[in-house]
Write a protein that binds this ligand. Sequence first.
Ligand code: MRU
Length: 348
Amino acid sequence: MNLDAHDSVRPILWRDGALWLIDQRLLPHRNEQVVCRDVGTVAEAIRNMTVRGAPAIGIAAAYGVVLAARDRFDAAPGSWREDIEEDLQTLAGTRPTAVNLFWAINRMRTAIADCTGGPGVRLLEEARAIHEADIADNRRMGQLGAALIETPCAVLTHCNAGSLATGGFGTALGVIRAGYVTDRIRRVYADETRPWLQGARLTAWELLEDRIPVTLVAEGAGAYLMKQGEVGWLIVGSDRIAANGDVANKIGTYGAAIIARHHGVKVMVVAPTSTIDMSTPDGGAIPIETRREEELLALAGQGIAAPGARAWNPVFDVTPAGLVDAIVTEKGVVLAPNATRMAALMKS
Ligand code: MRU
């Protein structure tokens, strides 16, 4: 399987002692990078969606800790390991739902505790390890997930769970890359994904960059699309999976999963085990981020709603485990997820 031919996008780079992020707010019209030379800039990049997607946020935060350690050590070599806790809290306060953020910060916290003297190369090694493992895990999940598609079909995806949302290759889009290469996937439909348009702007851009054709649909078209019978699988990523298999993902995923079940379309959630939060018992305990009203009331800075209208803008929802046919992780596949099967996966 030649996956390399369809895997060119890398949103996060460590170069010359700084973190370089593709500015995802500007895609698809401009492909520019933001250079982060301190932890404050990294935190702001996560908050303002320069970098987004659960695994990508975690990786960016890990490099943010490297930058923080450098500055804290230069300022106070004797107390940098205590002083840096403030920076870890700043990073943790950027976005609440994607658990990969807290997972990555905790890994870096453990690495800090391992450092004797200064941060040296230890923290950069840890951030690089998180980054490289993410790409390798995505490739493995791509193959595991594609193998579940027994009958060639069209698929529908929501938001962007691709290279741009990870270190590279993507989770849901990793399965789509592998399924496309092996002729299991005949056509890719992508929801446009209001209000940030991750589907229309990001999923479409990265698939076309990698020469995979894509057809956009408005979210409202999902039910009618699935009624046609062409779509065999809804394939999505996740920001946090609870211990019972409930799945938090971009707002709209829950509705799409209900529609999928109604039409006999299977639902595949693709996420590394760093997205699984065994300390969250079920979806009701997952913190759901609500963002500014203006994100819904305007598009590209242009007001679109009747002046004076208010908006409610939750940006994630929870799909109950009962609507999920398969959770694909780098450790293996959980079919019909529940608490027992999730626990067995995490112990394996
Ligand atoms: O608000 P975003 O763009 O960070 O939300 C991203 C998603 O919901 C993705 O579907 C999810 O993080 C999976 S990414 C591999």
